[in-house]
Ligand binder design. Sequence first.
Ligand SMILES: NC(=O)c1ccc[n+]([C@@H]2O[C@H](COP(=O)([O-])OP(=O)(O)OC[C@H]3O[C@@H](n4cnc5c(N)ncnc54)[C@H](O)[C@@H]3O)[C@@H](O)[C@H]2O)c1
Length: 228
Amino acid sequence: MTQSDQRVAIVTGAAGGIGAATAAVLAEAGLAVALADWQAAPVEQQAQALRDRGYQALGLAADISRRAEVERMVGRAVEAFGRVDVLVNNAGINPPHQAPFLEMSDETWARTIDVNLTGMFLCSQIAGRVMAKQRAGSIVNITSIGAIRPTPGGVAYHASKGGVISFTLALAVNLAPNKCQEQRTENKEQMRYNRTAVLCSRTYAKATLACGSMVLYVFCMFFFHPAG
Ligand SMILES: NC(=O)c1ccc[n+]([C@@H]2O[C@H](COP(=O)([O-])OP(=O)(O)OC[C@H]3O[C@@H](n4cnc5c(N)ncnc54)[C@H](O)[C@@H]3O)[C@@H](O)[C@H]2O)c1
């Protein structure tokens, strides 16, 4: 259990790469962090590394494309830390060696959408229910520049990441009755749309640098704020 004023984050796809770096940045910022990934051993190693540094961290094995596993993931985070203030929907796949579009298999299409889009829906809905009860929370959805500037190949990936942007905009509108409000930020690069900010945050930039990636990301976030 955390101190009562400590905020809690769940980061998906945290066994390595940007997810692990994001989890570390959030822990350094003072949050208790649940790191989730379908790779059980590596995600536990990441969590242990944070605990070794004195942070509150929990490793959770979960395939985000399966509702029962996501329910267990969120349930275990709440059990351990008491609440969920931040969900970072980072887990994603871009299947390697994809066939050109005209030969792309149904399996490649379906699995990419299942993880990148359905997984995001499941995590957002299940963690969102906890946040709605708290009347507070933030959800950060990781998309890709490929959503708006696709390169040849990877049609399923680009489509899924385009869906992430629309999903996030729709989510903000649908959660407005739960006190979803426009997020204010000092970042001058931001673009605003209704109650959703599409921006590159300092936290995320720091995480991408920490894991050695120099790619510029676009991501969407919305916030619930405490009632009143
Ligand atoms: N690295 C890039 O160049 C780049 C560019 C644009 C966007 N992104 C996006 O950033 C995010 C992170 O990228 P990364 O480069 O760190 O990727 P990565 O492959 O290093 O990490 C992704 C993590 O997600 C996990 N994962 C995959 N499917 C999962 C599932 N069903 N359930 C739970 N966990 C699952 C993987 O095990 C892995 O640990 C992804 O959403 C990706 O699409 C990355």
